[in-house]
Design a protein around this ligand. Structure first.
Ligand SMILES: NC(=O)c1ccc[n+]([C@@H]2O[C@H](COP(=O)([O-])OP(=O)(O)OC[C@H]3O[C@@H](n4cnc5c(N)ncnc54)[C@H](O)[C@@H]3O)[C@@H](O)[C@H]2O)c1
Length: 291
C-alpha cells in the first residue's frame, strides 16, 4: 500500500500545474512537503492550501537552476522537517522552436532549468539521504526526449534528465537511495505553448488527455517504500496507459572488423547489414516478446 506518512519531500516547480498536484497528493498521503517554485506567490498558495487540510507544508521559492539557492531549498526541508526523504525534480520550462529559430538565451534557459535544475537540488539532497541511509528521487522527463518536431532543445534537456536517472541509479546502489523518472502528461499552461504553436500554423492537435492530478499516484508510488526495488526506471503516463520506457542500448547485430574500421568498410557494413536496421525517428512504441 502506498503511504508517505512522515516523509519529508521537496517538490520543485510545485506552484502550479503537475507539480502542485504532486504536492497535494503527497501531503494527502501523509508527507510533509516543501513546495518550491520560482513564483513565490504561487508556491505559498499551494503550501497554504495543503496546510488548510491539516497537513504540513512550507513554501520555499527559488530558482532551482542556481547552485546556492538549490542548496538552501534542500536545507530548508532538513531544518523544517528533520530530513529529506524525497525529492521530485519537477520544475521545467518548455519552448517549441526549431533549432534555427532559437536564440542563445532560449537555448541556455531550456537546458539550465531542465538539466541543471534537476542536478543542483539532487547534488545537495543526496548527501543528506546517504547519511540517513534512505531516500527517493523522482526526475521528470518527457516523450519529447525521443524526438518531436520543434522540441529539439526541450527534448535534449529531457533526454539529459533520463540519462541522469540511469547514471545516478548506477552511482547509488539500489536499496538505499532510489532514483527513477516519470514521463507525465497533463493539460497545464505548458501545453498551451504546444497548442499555440500548431494553431499559429493553421493546424490543430489532439487535446491533452490528462489532468495534472492523473500523474500524482505514480510519483507518490515511486516516492514510497512500496516501490523498494524500483530503481533507474522511466515510467510514462499517457491517457490511461502506464508504461516503462526502454533505456538506450546497443543494437544487435553488432559488426566487428579485424582491424580499425575504414570508411569503405563502414560503407559496406551499412549496405550489407545496418541499412536494414535503421531506427525510426520520433516517439514510438516497441513491442516486446511476451514474458
Ligand atoms: N504538461 C505535460 O503534458 C508534460 C509532459 C511531459 C513532461 N512535463 C514536465 O512536467 C513538469 C511540470 O510541467 P507542467 O506542465 O506542470 O508545467 P507548468 O509550466 O504548469 O509548471 C512548471 C512550474 O515550474 C516552475 N519553474 C520553472 N522554472 C523554474 C525554476 N528555475 N525554479 C523553480 N521553479 C521553476 C514554474 O514557475 C511553474 O510553476 C515539467 O518538468 C515538464 O517539462 C509536462
Amino acid at each position: 500500500m502506498v503511504k508517505l506518512e512522515g516523509k519529508a519531500i521537496v517538490i520543485t516547480g510545485a506552484g502550479r500545474g503537475i507539480g502542485a498536484a504532486y504536492a497535494r497528493a503527497a501531503a494527502a498521503l501523509g508527507a510533509r512537503v516543501v513546495v518550491n517554485d520560482r513564483d513565490a506567490a504561487a508556491a505559498e498558495e499551494v503550501a497554504a492550501g495543503i496546510r488548510a487540510t491539516g497537513a504540513a507544508a512550507v513554501s520555499h521559492p527559488c530558482d532551482v537552476a542556481q547552485w546556492e539557492p538549490a542548496r538552501a531549498l534542500v536545507e530548508r526541508c532538513v531544518q523544517e522537517f528533520g530530513a529529506i526523504d524525497g525529492l521530485v525534480n519537477n520544475a521545467g520550462v518548455f519552448r517549441m522552436e526549431r533549432i534555427h529559430e532559437m536564440t542563445e538565451a532560449a537555448c541556455r534557459m531550456t537546458l539550465e532549468v531542465n538539466v541543471l535544475g534537476t542536478m543542483f537540488p539532487s547534488a545537495h539532497a543526496i548527501g543528506h539521504m546517504q547519511r540517513a541511509g534512505r531516500g527517493a528521487i523522482v526526475n521528470v522527463t518527457s516523450g519529447a526526449q525521443m524526438g518531436l518536431v520543434a522540441m529539439g532543445a526541450y527534448g535534449a534537456s529531457k533526454g539529459a534528465v533520463a540519462s541522469l536517472t540511469y547514471a545516478w541509479a548506477a552511482d547509488l546502489p539500489a536499496g538505499t537511495i532510489r532514483v527513477n523518472a516519470v514521463s507525465p502528461s497533463g493539460a497545464t499552461q505548458m501545453g498551451e505553448h504546444n497548442v499555440g504553436y500548431y494553431r499559429d500554423r493553421g493546424q490543430t492537435i489532439a487535446p491533452n488527455p490528462n489532468t495534472p492530478e492523473d500523474n500524482a499516484p505514480l510519483v507518490c508510488y515511486l516516492l514510497s517504500d512500496a516501490a523498494a526495488g524500483v530503481h533507474g526506471q522511466v515510467v510514462r503516463i499517457h491517457g490511461r496507459k502506464l508504461a516503462l520506457v526502454s533505456h538506450p542500448a546497443v543494437l544487435e547485430p553488432v559488426q566487428e572488423h579485424p582491424s580499425a574500421w575504414t570508411s569503405d568498410a563502414i560503407e559496406e557494413a551499412f549496405a550489407r547489414v545496418f541499412c536494414a536496421h535503421l531506427q525510426p525517428v520520433g516517439l514510438r512504441h516497441v513491442r516486446q516478446s511476451p514474458a
